[in-house]
Design a protein around this ligand. Structure first.
Ligand SMILES: Cc1cc2nc3c(=O)[nH]c(=O)nc-3n(C[C@H](O)[C@H](O)[C@H](O)COP(=O)(O)OP(=O)(O)OC[C@H]3O[C@@H](n4cnc5c(N)ncnc54)[C@H](O)[C@@H]3O)c2cc1C
Length: 469
């Protein structure tokens, strides 16, 4: 039977970052991925000259853990920066309204009424009062007033979590904003002015970057590059793990007997479970029932990702990053991104590609609408938001991806519950750790960090040589 230092269950970015970390530490590892390809939500494909992103579209310049992976796996030459200015819009009263990009432009524009802007500008004067039970709505309403909470915080919550602003915890979902207030500062100025993170000594040598980034062939290129840079026998795709059994000297990982490409079991000294919370709960149920219950209780939302592409002969497609649509504005789309405006080579010359998002916590039924209905909803929302875009010819390419468990919801108390679950798991099974988007943040970067940290936690106190012994 094959043995290894670390086995990783799940080949999304969290699992791949864990495998890379183990490899860096000189540990032997095997990564099991149920699907035929690695990447999980981070997957890109070309269709009719368009670049289709199944899940994430971009990552932030401050995503230092990702930049390390980019550098280490030779992807630096593939990086694309978002074109400037990457305008963002909010949809209000049947029109897209440009959002401010810096403190000076807070005063201009029509994204808020004059009184709404005045209230927003008073935010630094609002005394602190954050509690760990504040919802995102309570936090925003207190800091910036009702109007800005509705037109800034609510669509932001949709854009990141496809979530319900009245359910997500301010501290859980937006810890930076919460901490800025806690430290006596301004959440607004913090959000607009904060420098890229640079607290991780591992990445101190990397340049600090601002803005949004992707790769020439889409975000899915990074998981492929990581898998390609790992030792040849490390990654087993098409191999779902059905059971984890504790043994005296580690864990026996048994692939699902009917589905697995490679059915051979592996004995691993350490295991990282880098699965979404529901499959992780299933796998842990027999060995850590309490932790399993905590993971099963994390709500996840369904999301449909709807790509529409077509000719743009008069160059009337909207420019910028995209438009966020708050609930109650008469549209079902949560928002629409403009990938062909932001990054090179997302659509054939003279064509545009737009991506609408549907579903989430507030409108889960939208995910089940037929493809053509979803595409029509993107087109009508786009035409309503941008008068010029109403002149675009009908799309010639429609591609819909439906995620049944798209994004975990960081509702009030989520991080504390996950901390308890992690603590309980390591107390019972010190050689088993969790990683994934339900733990330290939902972004690609946070998911990757959770994978690397899981490996570090497993080997803490043990030198690599001891682990090999
Ligand atoms: C529509 C959408 C848009 C997003 N946009 C952005 C964005 O623009 N920027 C950003 O930073 N983040 C974005 N995110 C969030 C981010 O993409 C995810 O949170 C992150 O990619 C999750 O990575 P993960 O490795 O934790 O999980 P996953 O990517 O879900 O990977 C888990 C893997 O485990 C595998 N698996 C499941 N069961 C088993 C088993 N039994 N055995 C073996 N393998 C198994 C799955 O096949 C999967 O590959 C978006 C998410 C979605 C859904």
């Amino acid at each position: 039977m094959r043995t290894c230092d670390v086995a990783i269950v799940g080949g999304g970015i969290a699992g791949l970052a864990a495998a890379w970390r183990a490899h860096q530490l000189g540990l032997s590892c095997v990564l099991f991925e149920a699907a035929r390809v690695v990447g999980g939500k981070m997957r890109s494909e070309r269709k009719d000259g368009y670049l289709i992103e199944h899940g994430p579209n971009s990552f932030l310049g401050s995503a230092t853990a990702l930049w390390r992976l980019v550098e280490d796996t030779g992807m630096a030459g593939q990086v694309l920066s978002a074109r400037k200015p990457a305008w963002r819009y909010v949809y209000r009263d049947r029109q897209a309204r440009r959002l401010p990009l810096d403190p000076v432009s807070l005063l201009g524009g029509d994204y808020l009424s004059a009184s709404g802007k005045l209230r927003l500008l008073c935010e630094p004067l609002v005394p602190g009062g954050a509690t760990s039970t504040d919802t995102a709505w309570q936090f925003a309403e207190r800091r910036v007033g009702r109007e800005a909470a509705r037109y800034l915080m609510t669509p932001f919550v949709s854009g990141v979590y496809a979530g319900d602003v009245h359910q997500l915890g301010a501290r859980d979902a937006f810890p930076k904003l919460w901490n800025w207030e806690r430290a006596g500062g301004s959440a607004t100025l913090g959000a607009l002015l904060s420098p890229p993170e640079s607290t991780d000594p591992e990445v101190a040598d990397l340049p600090q970057r601002r803005g949004m980034f992707s790769f020439r062939d889409g975000l899915g290129a990074l998981p492929q590059a990581i898998a390609g840079a790992l030792p040849a026998d490390c990654v087993r795709t098409g191999t779902p793990i059905a059971a984890l059994e504790p043994r005296v000297d580690g864990w026996l990982l048994s692939p699902h007997p009917t589905l697995a490409v490679d059915k051979a079991a592996v004995l691993a000294r350490h295991v990282v479970v880098a699965l979404p919370n529901h499959p992780a709960a299933d796998l842990l149920a027999p060995i850590a029932p309490q932790v399993s219950r905590a993971l099963a209780q994390v709500q996840t939302v369904r999301v449909a990702v709807v790509h529409v592409g077509g000719p743009d002969p008069d160059a009337v497609a909207p420019r910028g990053f995209g438009v966020l649509i708050p609930p109650g504005e008469g549209q079902r789309a949560l928002g629409i991104l403009f990938p062909s405006s932001v990054f090179d080579d997302r659509a054939p010359a003279g064509h545009c590609l737009h991506t609408g998002f549907f579903g989430g916590a507030c409108d889960p039924e939208a995910v089940d609408l037929p493809d053509d209905v979803l595409a029509d909803l993107v087109v009508s929302a786009r035409g309503s938001a941008f008068a010029d875009a109403a002149r675009l010819p009908n799309p010639t390419m429609v591609h819909v991806i439906r995620w049944r468990q798209a994004i975990p919801q960081y509702v009030v108390g989520h991080r504390a519950r996950m901390a308890t679950a992690r603590h309980d798991l390591s107390a019972q099974w010190p050689n088993l750790a969790l990683a994934g988007s339900h733990l330290d943040g939902v972004s690609v970067a946070d998911s990757a960090s959770s994978g690397a940290r899981a490996v570090d936690a497993l080997v803490t106190g043990q030198r690599a040589g001891e682990v090999h012994a």
